[in-house]
Design a binder for this molecule. Structure first.
Ligand SMILES: *Cc1c(COP(=O)(O)O)cnc(C)c1O
Length: 471
């Protein structure tokens, strides 16, 4: 609540001012406790949640629910924070958006406009980027099992770097490059042996990982020697990605240390100077209370300091630095809007609030026990009075969106806005139970543009074929 004073004040009222300010600050503190606002989110005079200048109650009316809402100004702001602290704040660095977090034509355009590069991990993500006219030279192609077709597509498109994950891929790639008579710039993906503190399903830097060449047992050395003997491959550098949703900057410092140490070892061993160090993504974001992500500027400072130290210690020339944030670019920019349907109360046990989506549009609780926060978008300034569980409409008991959340007393027809759903939600969505995927709107300056249409029932049958004998 904000106290608005709209008439000239009498002198005796002026004496009240400090008291009013004090009251105001109390309210603001309480609201912040109840609800953390992200990007351009605010609660408007009608008590509705507003994002990008758009009233979410109006968005629900116009576009239906469930609906993914992406806050364009917030995405651009984060891109600019990354560009500011890594690219402008450092010499020879590049920020690449990991498009698997949220890949659509509009998103590729925003990333291009903000000057970031793009990381793709499949022919589909590459196709999306190329269709969006994303400059191929700024595309990095990842993946632990790229097919011949995907590699051919990448070579033909002229992607900037192919990040080679394993020996099988290396031999196919060299063969294809020879056939197409084109030299290919590659990075080698290595596993540095770092156990980042995050959920085991999103940890990737440890030795027991399906990704990359192991550093510690000499596999990475063999991979490099082999790559250097492939006439159509140009080894520009090495890459590691230690995991996702990482809060401890120390993990990144450790990664820099190990990687520079390795680059220096190679230089000493065979005299080959690797020019690029790609540190992957993984920077953590706020989802729910207790999450305390660092600032992007501190992330950059940590990398910069670790780099200076390691290069000095190893007497190694500073390589080009590449980072690949995905989640932290789009995660907090996304909100999913649902309509509350059935409500089931089991006295003294639990109250279930069911919404018109679920694990089909957000599988992250089912996959990683992810936590989320939510508000009733149509009554966002009301006080919370009860703790409930938010469930979806799929035929699975594991189809939960939030295990415990304090809300005002919800009734059927209320709108529930779950925040921080911008990353790994739409991109991980499915048609389980033949549910149609929600649409995505991009909001900015009071306008909402559909960037992904809501699926229809007929979309579900697009690829179904009925053999004649079954007709
Ligand atoms: C997933 C992934 C990223 C992005 O990770 P975030 O945690 O979303 O920042 C970057 N690089 C690679 C190789 C990845 O697999």
């Amino acid at each position: 609540m904000v106290v608005v004073i709209d008439k000239p004040m009498a002198t005796e009222d002026l004496l009240l001012l400090p008291f009013l300010f004090f009251l105001n600050s109390l309210y603001i503190e309480r609201e912040e406790e109840e609800m953390r606002l992200h990007g351009t989110q605010l609660v408007n005079e009608q008590g509705h949640l507003e994002i990008g200048g758009c009233d979410t109650v109006e968005l629900a009316k116009k576009f239906g629910t469930p609906l993914y809402i992406m806050d364009e100004a917030h995405i651009r702001d984060i891109c600019q924070q990354y560009q500011g602290s890594f690219v402008k704040g450092m010499e020879n660095a590049e920020v690449i958006y990991a498009s698997k977090a949220f890949s659509t034509l509009a998103m590729c355009r925003i990333i291009d406009e903000e000057g970031l590069g793009l990381d793709v991990v499949s022919g589909g993500e590459l196709y999306t980027a190329l269709q969006a006219n994303f400059p191929a030279a700024r595309i990095y192609f990842h993946g632990n099992n790229k097919s011949r077709e995907e590699l051919t597509m990448a070579i033909n498109a002229g992607v900037g770097r192919i990040v080679v994950d394993n020996f099988h891929e290396m031999s196919i790639l060299n063969e294809l490059a020879e056939d197409l008579n084109q030299r290919v710039n590659i990075l080698l993906r290595v596993t540095p042996g770092i156990e980042a503190h995050t959920h085991e399903y999103i940890r990737t830097g440890q030795i027991d990982s399906k990704f990359g060449f192991t550093l510690s047992d000499g596999t990475a050395d063999r991979a490099l020697d082999l790559a250097l003997s492939c006439p159509f491959l140009v080894v520009e550098g090495i890459h590691a990605h230690i995991g996702s949703q990482i809060f401890e900057l120390d993990s990144f410092r450790h990664e820099v240390q190990i990687m520079i140490g390795y680059m220096s070892d190679i230089h000493v061993r065979i005299g080959y100077l690797l020019q690029e160090l790609n540190l992957g993504g993984g920077f953590g974001i706020y989802y729910a209370s207790g999450d305390e992500p660092a600032q992007i500027t501190d992330y950059a400072k940590t990398v910069q300091a670790a780099l200076e130290d390691a290069c000095r210690d190893q007497k190694f020339p500073r390589p080009k630095i590449i980072i690949e944030p995905g989640r932290s670019i789009v995660g907090t920019a996304g909100t999913t809007l649902y309509t509350v349907g059935s409500i089931k109360e089991i006295p003294e046990i639990r109250k279930y609030i069911a919404v018109d989506g679920g694990m089909t549009d957000n599988p992250r609780l089912a996959l990683y026990q992810a936590r989320y926060e939510a508000v009733l978008a149509n009554r966002a300034s009301e006080e919370t009075v009860e703790s409930v569980s938010v469930t979806g409409k799929c035929c699975e008991s594991g189809d939960m969106l939030i295990l415990d959340i304090d809300l005002p007393k919800a009734i059927s027809g209320d709108l529930l806005a779950v925040s921080c759903t911008g990353a790994y939600n739409y991109s991980m969505s499915s048609n389980y139970n033949r549910l149609t995927r929600p649409g995505v709107v991009l909001v900015a300056g009071g306008h909402a543009d559909v960037i992904v249409r809501r699926e229809t029932h007929s979309d579900l049958l697009r690829n179904d074929v009925l053999p004649a004998r079954l007709k």
